[in-house]
Design a binder for this molecule. Structure first.
Ligand SMILES: Cc1cc2nc3c(=O)[nH]c(=O)nc-3n(C[C@H](O)[C@H](O)[C@H](O)COP(=O)(O)OP(=O)(O)OC[C@H]3O[C@@H](n4cnc5c(N)ncnc54)[C@H](O)[C@@H]3O)c2cc1C
Length: 534
């Protein structure tokens, strides 16, 4: 069979890859192929915002990855969920719209990522976005990605804001309008009550575009390199090996675990490591798979003294009715994520920007559907997720072997930097103190976990090591820059290989102090513009 030829081959239909493929195929003369290992995103669970936590480790929608035993977290293996479906991780994520702090991008530019300062990336955030506020200096009003406000008439949500105000924290209407320090209700990527993944936002509206071919179930095994140029892609579909040729460029958007994995399988990466697993070196690039960064996260839970709407709504008969309502109208509990306020705050007053995030969720995240006589209702809880925004710990992604179907080795090294541990400890104490103040004190009862008795440093450290997880924001394993450890240049071209770019969360020179879906979409927008020469 003759090898099919395309102008552009995009690997991975995730947050960035869907955007790249959609934008490159806007020009009818460009023949574009998008290869995705996962399947279509038709499952109702992908569409229903409420059940997003049930998608992690779903047998077909998630890659099922774990870290190796973590040396600074009691040797525990830590979850590393990733979407394996059209839309990638945007099809399984928490849908929170967030960009981080403007200075995060200015720092990228200072590190050598010319063209990526906040002023230079803002137009790409705006281009992708259809924000409920409409077009304005900080938001786009007509892009494909729908962004809605989080609304809540839950009294505890108001109590959190009242308490924040009484304690002189800033109350914000919009985290993306300058300095995000303070409390606000987050925006979400949801449209008409359904998840707005990049597949739904960017691919669905153009599904009849003749010059874009989307192949699902296509597991890319390597990029073919001839004389220093990426010429094609090899993949396995339905058990058979296939190759396609790229006349123009190949864009690798496999995400922070798979992009370095695919580069290494193609002979691009740290020479010694590649030789060690029996792979011929095409280009010795020390930075591939290095510098893995993640947000360490530790949960807390407080029983509430007053009932929460979420717990009430989980009664089987009420939930059934609300699912029916959602199916018919797109409204009701299934159209929401049980969030509340988010706070970006500082561990010390003198800092130039927040270094901690606390996510308040007006829900017991372990609660199950209940009904009298069938299962008891679990106690209502205020859950908080306590996150270090710019951790110092660094991990890596490596190959297990030369088998392209084997999962990569992931080592986060969470808590390797003692400062990350100190900040988490501070964050737990900050949250514990905050919930006992002002209006919120009337709602918050006993601390369920870790438990108020744990107040000495050593006890808190032990709890942190026992429970630390990640916010599922892996980045920087193919980082952009100009130094010896950079994998791609500021045009996202792989150093020393022609015709190959990487565009996804892996290229971030440093993890941003926010959530990583919108930034990955922005990266997709910007690379497409660079390729098209706009
Ligand atoms: C559970 C969870 C919750 C999250 N919540 C939020 C949130 O609320 N807000 C937020 O901003 N961010 C959130 N994130 C993070 C955010 O979703 C990711 O940072 C973002 O989606 C990364 O985009 P990406 O393009 O780098 O990779 P991905 O979106 O992961 O895309 C990579 C794609 O490549 C495909 N692929 C991989 N290997 C191959 C191969 N060999 N062959 C073919 N295809 C392949 C994958 O299947 C996938 O479709 C969350 C992530 C997770 C997992």
């Amino acid at each position: 069979m003759a090898t099919l030829t395309y102008d552009y081959v995009v690997i991975g239909a995730g947050s960035a890859g869907c955007v790249v493929a959609a934008r490159l195929s806007e020009r009818p003369e460009n023949k574009v192929l998008l290869l995705e290992s996962g399947g279509a995103d038709k499952d109702i669970m992908v569409k229903m915002p409420l059940v997003f936590t049930m998608l992690q480790y779903h047998p077909t929608l998630d890659w099922g990855l774990w870290s190796d035993p973590e040396p600074f977290a009691n040797g525990r293996k830590i979850k590393a969920p990733r979407g394996k479906v059209l839309g990638g991780s945007s099809s399984i994520n928490g849908m929170m719209y967030s960009r981080g702090h403007p200075s995060d991008y200015d720092e990228w530019a200072q590190m050598g990522a010319e063209g990526w300062s906040h002023d230079e990336v803002l137009p790409y955030f705006k281009k992708s976005e259809r924000n409920w506020r409409g077009e304005g200096p900080n938001h786009g009003g007509s892009g494909p990605l729908n962004v809605i406000p989080y609304t809540s008439d839950e009294p505890i949500t108001k109590a959190i804001r009242d308490t924040a105000q009484a304690l002189n924290y800033r109350l914000l209407d919009d985290f993306e309008a300058g300095n995000p320090e303070g409390f606000a209700l987050p925006d979400s990527t949801i449209r008409r009550g359904r998840r707005a993944s990049t597949s739904q936002a960017f691919l669905t509206p153009i599904r009849n575009r003749l010059n874009l071919t989307v192949v699902t179930g296509a597991h890319v095994t390597r990029i073919l390199i001839e004389k220093g140029r990426a010429t094609g892609v090899e993949y396995v579909k339905d058990g058979s090996r296939q190759t396609v040729h790229a006349d123009g460029e190949i864009v690798l958007s496999g995400g922070a675990y798979a992009s370095p994995q695919i580069l290494m399988l193609s002979g691009i990466g740290p020479g010694d490591h590649l030789r060690g697993v029996g792979i011929q070196v095409e280009r010795d690039l020390a930075g591939v798979g290095q510098d893995l960064q993640e947000h360490p996260l530790v949960p807390m839970g407080f029983v509430t003294k007053k009932p929460l709407a979420f717990g009430q709504a989980l009664r089987a008969d009420r939930l059934t009715l609300s699912v029916l309502q959602w199916l018919l109208t797109g409204r009701g509990l299934p159209a929401t994520v049980p969030l509340s306020n988010i706070a970006y705050h500082k561990s010390q007053p003198g800092l130039s920007r927040p270094d901690l995030e606390t996510v308040f969720m007006a829900a017991n995240m372990m609660a199950k559907v209940w009904f009298p006589g069938f299962r008891k209702k679990q106690p209502d809880m205020l859950t908080t997720l306590n996150v270090v925004l710019r951790p110092g710990s660094r991990g890596c992604v490596k190959l297990r072997s030369d088998d392209p179907l084997a999962p990569p080795r992931i080592q986060f090294n969470l808590l390797q930097d003692p400062d990350d541990l100190r900040l988490l400890r501070h964050s737990l104490r900050w949250t514990r103190d905050f919930v006992r103040q002002g209006a919120l004190a009337e709602f918050v009862g006993a601390e369920s976990f870790p438990g108020a008795a744990l107040d000495q440093d050593a006890a808190l450290d032990a709890y942190i090591r026992k429970t630390v997880a990640t916010a599922h924001h892996p980045t920087s394993t193919c980082k952009m820059g100009i130094g010896a450890d950079a994998v791609v240049d500021p045009q996202l071209r792989v150093r020393g290989i022609r015709g190959l770019r990487v565009a996804d969360a892996s290229i971030m020179p440093r993890l941003i102090g926010g959530h990583t879906n919108a930034p990955s979409v922005m990266i997709g927008e910007k690379v497409a513009d660079m390729i098209l020469g706009n």
